[in-house]
Design a protein around this ligand. Structure first.
Ligand code: HDD
Length: 698
């Protein structure tokens, strides 16, 4: 049955309901062809009680079960294989009707349902979430005029300028062909060899070596359409456009040591973070913005606005925020709703058009093509991919796994019934922008594409000292993992095109020759919107931040409980970590069943830690795991709070006398992100534990 038109908030939900069933606990198990199964646990065989005997091929029930299992996997995405997604909505608060006719960008009364899939690029489907990598940010809006996909990343530029180079860059970054190493990393010879060979990668490579590539959460990343598209207004005028998403929670990253450890401690860290926030009703939101450039101004810059390795400086082309995206529903089943979700840059709706961005032009071919090998030709019919507006095409039919049944006697156009006629533009039919174009046939890019370093310099110059320090460590880590001297030596030299100082630090660390002169003058120019420190939450919040409370037998219940309630009231996710999960007894006899025991979790999986007072400090002081929790939290510059007896305990772990405060009265002291207090539990104001003193750590 064709999906109904549904522009209401739950439009996609209602659409998918037709294909959704509850697992009915009372219903008997059947084969896929419907007969009831009496024994799913034993293969039919010839034998007796003392002799098992051979299994019979005849057992159609066993064969169906095994054959279904044998074919459960589909090819993983050739890139962006590891990911997770959620459903949500898009609302406009300002119409962009001056630049486009697209309903989704002009009708402020609409709520457009959407699906968003986040991903890493390099690793396989089973790789870890917190690797250093670009993050995919692919949005599918189920608009009233058809699906609109923005297949973007959390970094605004790309490695290459021409789509024909995509297989090369991806082959170079993926595991090497002779041994399939490494997984989830770009730290290997081939990738850095490619980077050196292609100076066009420089700008993106700096973003990739910045903290952007190790986000704290999918909910705390920007999203960028990256490519340049076009918007067409009712007068038929074209503006070029770039799409932006800015997270309400601000942009935050892990520090490298945390990211590395979490890869092993909880490879699903980002997935779980997204799912649990949505489950708790703490819906992540992003402001949606446009950078708009009138067509006639295209040649006004020293870069080509159609070059995906360049940003459009906000000083020249400001971002106009016109809408808000919210993620508010987890998927019911991962495979049909996330693994089978498929995006296409070529999915645009009337009022939006492509540009001659040579990367986009190639992408428009590649995505549809890859879905055919991954999902088959009828991939657009799958519940998560199909539009919520009516759709019908009498020519596009058949192919493997065709699902929808279309009645009627003709499957071509035109036909004698005039069935399924195309729509005129005034009826909503898509028309391409009548771009005037001419030229010679050649393998070329416009001249301005040849400049590769200016924006990398501006990006680097715009970072804070802390971000620059992190970047030096990132380059050093990566090149340290390259064992071919040609690769790390040449790369260390190349860095001197952006910063001599950075090149020298990296060269020292990785054993390359120290560059002595800058390969390109750096005038120190900076720009706004590049350092992630510019993106703090509009309203400071600890909502959804993971806070650990450490307790052992003999803890002070009052301070434990006061803090826990205060944090929970601000929607922080509070976890009690105890010496044992069987139950921990307070000084006054209250029993608390912790969420985890000390060795079941690590400080890296939390944003802050609190230690209540009480006699339990004596046993915490003898517990290496509890002690390391504090030391490690401090090394990662996380807020640490303690009260009464916990204060000297914390002080000892971090070697800071400043945390010792007068032992009388009710006082609160903060020092290096460490909050300590004396008195009753309420002395510790939650606002003192807010984010985000992080950043200094390595
Ligand atoms: Fe791509 C997947 C983002 C350039 C070819 N890409 C893919 C996904 C994202 C991006 C987020 C995952 C979609 C999902 O969640 O299913 N890709 C980008 C960005 C690019 C980019 C922001 C530069 C602006 N991609 C790019 C080029 C090509 C491809 C130049 C090929 C010429 N990308 C693919 C692909 C994938 C893909 C091979 C693999 C799985 C898929 O498409 O659906 O076709």
């Amino acid at each position: 049955m064709a999906p109904t038109n549904a522009s209401v908030e739950d439009g996609k939900f209602r659409d998918m309901e037709k294909d959704t069933i509850e697992l009915n606990g009372k219903q008997h198990m059947t084969t896929d062809y419907g007969i009831k199964i009496s024994d799913p646990d034993h293969w039919l065989r010839v034998g007796n009680n003392s002799n098992t005997g051979p299994s019979l091929l005849e057992d159609q029930i066993a064969r169906e079960k095994i054959m279904r299992f044998d074919h459960e996997r589909i090819p993983e995405r050739v890139v962006h294989a590891r990911g997770t997604g959620a459903f949500g909505t898009f609302k406009l608060f300002e119409s962009a009707s001056d630049v486009t006719t697209a309903g989704v960008l002009t009708d402020t009364s609409r709520t457009t349902p959407l699906f968003l899939r986040f991903s890493t690029v390099q690793g396989s489907k089973g790789s870890a979430d917190t690797v250093r990598d670009v993050r995919g940010f692919a949005v599918k809006m189920y608009t009233e005029e058809g699906n609109w996909d923005i297949v973007g990343n959390n970094i605004p530029v790309f490695f290459i300028q021409d789509a024909i180079k995509f297989p090369d860059i991806i082959h170079s970054v993926k595991p090497e062909p002779h041994n399939e190493v490494p997984q989830g990393q770009s730290a290997h010879n081939n990738f850095w060899d490619f980077v050196y060979m292609h100076s066009e990668t420089t700008h993106m490579n700096y973003w990739q070596m910045s903290d952007r590539a190790i986000p704290r959460s999918y909910r705390m990343m920007q999203g960028f359409g990256v490519n340049t598209y076009s918007l067409i207004n009712s007068e038929g005028k074209r503006h070029f456009v770039k799409f932006h998403f800015k997270p309400e929670l601000g942009v935050h990253s892990l520090v490298w040591d945390e990211a590395l450890k979490i890869c092993g401690q909880d490879p699903d860290f980002h997935r779980k973070d997204l799912i649990s926030a949505i489950e708790a009703g703490q819906f992540p939101r992003w402001k949606f913005g446009l950078q708009v450039l009138p067509e006639e101004k295209k040649d006004d810059f020293d870069f080509d606005p159609l070059d995906a390795t360049k940003v459009w400086p906000e000083e020249l082309i400001p971002i106009r925020y016109i809408g808000e995206m919210e993620l508010n529903r987890n998927v019911d089943e991962f495979f049909p709703q996330t693994e089978q979700a498929a995006f296409c840059t070529s999915h645009i709706v009337p009022g939006i058009d492509f540009s001659d961005d040579p990367l986009l032009q190639g992408r428009n071919f590649s995505y549809f093509d890859t879905q055919i090998s991954r999902l088959g030709p009828n991939w657009e019919e799958l519940p998560v991919n199909r539009p919520v507006c009516p759709y019908m095409n009498l020519v596009n039919r058949d192919g493997a796994m065709k699902h929808r049944i279309t009645k009627g006697t003709v499957n071509y156009w035109p036909n004698r019934f005039e069935a399924n006629p195309p729509a005129k533009p005034e009826q909503g039919g898509f028309t391409s922008y009548p771009e005037r174009t001419q030229g010679i046939k050649a393998r070329l890019l416009s001249d301005k594409f040849a400049e590769h370093y200016n924006q990398a310099q501006v990006f680097y110059n715009s970072l804070s000292q802390i971000e620059k320090m992190h970047m030096a460590k990132a380059f050093s880590f990566e090149l340290d993992h390259c064992d071919d001297p040609v690769v790390y030596k040449r790369m260390a030299e190349r860095i001197a095109t952006v910063s001599l100082e950075l090149a020298q630090t990296v060269a020292t660390n990785v054993g390359a020759d120290t560059p002595t002169k800058a390969l390109k003058a750096n005038k120190g120019e900076t720009a706004k919107g590049l350092s992630q420190l510019e993106y703090m939450p509009e309203k400071p919040t600890i909502a959804t931040r993971r806070i650990a409370i450490l307790i052992a037998d003999g803890f002070d219940y009052a301070s434990y409980n006061t803090m826990k309630e205060a944090l929970t009231a601000q929607n922080a996710f509070v976890f009690t970590i105890g010496a044992q999960r069987q139950g921990v007894k307070s000084e006054t006899g209250e029993k608390v069943v912790p969420d985890h025991f000390f060795s079941g979790m690590r400080s890296t999986l939390f944003d802050a830690v609190f230690v209540p007072g009480g006699k339990h400090i004596e046993s915490l002081a003898k517990n290496g795991v509890a002690k390391f929790w504090i030391t490690e939290s401090f090394a990662h510059l996380k807020p640490i709070a303690g009260i009464n007896e916990a204060v000297p305990f914390i002080g000892r772990q971090i070697g800071l006398d400043e945390v010792h405060v007068a032992a009388s009265g009710t006082t609160v002291t903060e020092s290096y992100g460490v909050v300590t207090g004396h008195g009753n539990g309420s002395a510790l104001k939650v606002s003192n534990v807010g984010p985000d003193s992080k950043g200094l750590a390595e």
